[in-house]
Design a protein around this ligand. Structure first.
Ligand code: FMN
Length: 363
């Protein structure tokens, strides 16, 4: 369907990862939620210039439930007061310096302008993307509208959608998607509560004969072999690329990844208002406290977190830093490269399939 050599798909916010995966024979998909349309135009132009004609796609969020901001530009004054005050109190008590007062507003506004989660904003990003040779559009949350589906199909663009339950996958199929990404709860980013082991075969059966990509907890070849054995046509990975040299993740956070175990992630609504898995930190611990306010709806919760995020970043406070990552983090031990990950994954996949064949053929 896509003209790729190996069925390894990468979700990444980082253009370098996207091109490296596609150049290695897989399929890179750029997450486009935190760019302005102008930034996105520049990123896609760069990808077109560096990907050597290999295919790639984009991933957007199409949430069914969100705070309807009616196309209004959100300013620092519009942020939910209770949640904002809570974060300020927590960081002040921990002695984390505030942003410099003179620049605070401008810095925050810039950050808010990069959070694109409402339908109007997504529409603008899709518009930009359609001017580039994208081969797929994948939806991280929700299914595309009939209008969007028809527009994409008219251009020969394949549509995929993430599902954490068979019920969601059936809904995506009914909406006319071309493939489903079945994402187990081990995954980084927005996740449901069903493990990959149970979810993958359930979704494969639910949407057959639509192709299914398996996601959530895949970072090596034996996991890929398990996914394919359960009926997946390929694997969709997000976390494993974060530990590569091509990834945009800053060195201090990479170090935290390499030191982390399988149990060092949490599922919390802290980042976006919807449940998402990320590296546990003092910030996620704060939101689990009994005195924490309710989470704000999407996209306001993400906006509330903009200032704490900048305060923590500027303070170089390792214990407070967080980043969306899946349980796979527990098997990331040192910096690799995209090519190395793919090479190792394929080798181990082949070993695992040979081992299975021997088992089946043995007397
Ligand atoms: C840092 C990060 C951000 C993510 N953001 C999105 C997103 O915006 N849209 C989306 O469809 N999936 C997102 N995901 C989920 C990935 O698409 C993918 O399904 C998931 O990472 C697979 O599980 P794994 O983390 O175990 O590889 C994100 C994952 C990570 C690690």
């Amino acid at each position: 369907m896509l003209g790729i050599d190996v069925p390894i798909f990468a979700f990444s916010h980082c253009r370098d990862v996207v091109i490296e995966v596609s150049k290695a024979g897989g399929f890179g998909c750029l997450g486009v939620t935190y760019q302005t349309p102008e930034d996105l135009e520049a990123e896609l132009k760069w990808i077109d210039e560096h990907i050597g004609g290999k295919p790639y796609g984009i991933d957007v969020l199409l949430p069914a439930k969100y705070e309807n901001l009616k196309g209004k530009r959100v300013t620092p004054d519009d942020l939910p007061k209770e949640q904002e005050a809570f974060m300020r109190r927590v960081l002040d008590e921990a002695g984390i310096p505030p942003l410099p007062e003179a620049e605070r507003r401008e810095m925050l506004q810039k950050r808010l302008d990069h959070i694109n989660m409402t339908p109007q904003q997504i529409e603008a990003l899709v518009e930009v993307s359609l001017k580039h040779p994208i081969k797929t559009l994948v939806s991280g949350l929700g299914a595309p509208s009939p209008e969007l589906r028809d527009r994409l199909h008219a251009k020969g663009i394949l549509i995929g959608a993430l599902a954490g339950k068979a019920e969601h996958a059936r809904r995506h199929k009914a909406a006319g998607v071309d493939f489903v990404v079945a994402q187990g709860m081990e995954a980084g980013g927005h996740t449901g509560t069903i493990t990959s082991m149970l979810l993958w075969p359930d979704v494969v059966d639910a949407v057959a004969p639509l192709p299914v990509l398996a996601a959530g907890g895949i970072g090596r070849g034996r996991q890929m072999a398990a996914a394919m054995a359960m009926g997946a046509q390929g694997v969709w990975c997000g976390s494993i690329w974060l530990g590569t040299r091509e990834s945009e993740v800053v060195p201090e956070v990479k170090e935290k990844f390499y030191a982390a175990g399988f149990e060092d992630t949490v599922q919390t609504r802290m980042r976006s208002g919807k449940p998402a898995r990320l590296l546990r930190s003092k910030l996620s611990d704060a939101w689990a406290r009994p005195d924490a306010p309710p989470f704000a709806p999407m996209p306001l919760q993400t906006m509330v977190m903009a200032e704490p995020h900048m305060r923590v970043e500027r303070g170089k406070l390792k214990e407070w830093k967080y980043y969306p990552v899946g349980m796979v983090v527990g098997q990331m031990k040192s910096e690799t490269s995209v090519r190395q990950v793919i090479h190792d994954m394929l080798n181990e996949f082949l070993e695992a399939t040979e081992q299975l064949t021997q088992l089946v053929n043995s007397d």
